[in-house]
Design a protein around this ligand. Structure first.
Ligand code: ZN
Length: 230
């Protein structure tokens, strides 16, 4: 893939260092999300990019598995310390529509406990594995359910160029982008996606930040994107 100039996006409209405290309601916003990790060096490579662009206020969201967070607590802590959101993707990637209410609750709450024990912050968001949800799930999972509006299919292609194109050819204000911090190709893609979105004037925010500026969140409701409200 074409290399984008590193720390100095020059396209007009880019948010410059020091401007990130401005009200985000006026900005173009996008939330990049990474599921199924943390996974060793892949997550750390993504965090390296986040850290590289920290002066632009770049934050992403990880929908972590509780089982993986237990294996890589230092990575979870690093993500949180960089201002990223570590949210809940269940303990072991169970389809929440196919398990009992008790198991559903333990899958979600055990993971929230693990994340809180590492970061000190209790996750307020759940992404249901496989995007699987129904009335039972909505009624019993006491958190907002976060889906997505751009599916990169990175798990299928495992190709950086395909993942880059899926984002950059489709992105618009308020999108939630689905990726997975399991694949080297996804980490590689983030090295292009993040600076290019910054250079296009997008503020890369967490899902909770995006929601905060676009109408908020309610437990038991599902969200695919947060478009501007005009
Ligand atoms: Zn998943």
């Amino acid at each position: 893939p074409e290399q984008t100039a590193a720390a100095t996006p020059e396209v007009t409209g880019a948010i410059m260092p020091g401007e990130t405290d401005n009200p985000l309601s006026e900005e173009k916003l996008v939330a990049l999300t990474f599921d199924d990790g943390p996974y060793g060096e892949v997550t750390n490579r993504i965090l390296d990019v986040v850290e590289q662009y920290a002066e632009y206020g770049v934050h992403v969201t990880f929908f972590a598995l509780g089982s993986q967070a237990e294996k890589f607590p230092n990575t979870v802590k690093r993500a949180a310390d960089l201002g990223c959101e570590v949210a809940n993707h269940t303990y072991s990637h169970k389809n929440l529509t196919k398990i009992s209410e008790d198991e559903r609750t333990s899958q979600v709450e055990d993971t929230a406990d693990i994340i809180e024990s590492i970061t000190g912050t209790r996750s307020k968001l759940v992404r249901p594995p496989y995007g699987a949800k129904n009335d039972d799930v909505r009624a019993t999972v006491k958190y907002p359910l976060i889906l997505w509006s751009i599916d990169t299919l990175d798990w299928k292609t495992r190709d950086a160029k395909s993942t880059i194109d899926a984002v950059l050819n489709n992105v618009s204000d308020g999108d939630i982008v689905l990726m997975h911090d399991l694949y080297d190709a996804t980490a590689e893609a983030s090295k292009t996606i993040i600076p290019e979105l910054v250079s296009r004037g997008y503020q890369l925010v967490t899902v909770s930040e995006l929601a905060q500026y676009r109408g908020g969140l309610e437990a038991g409701k599902q969200y695919f994107s947060f478009r501007p409200q005009n």
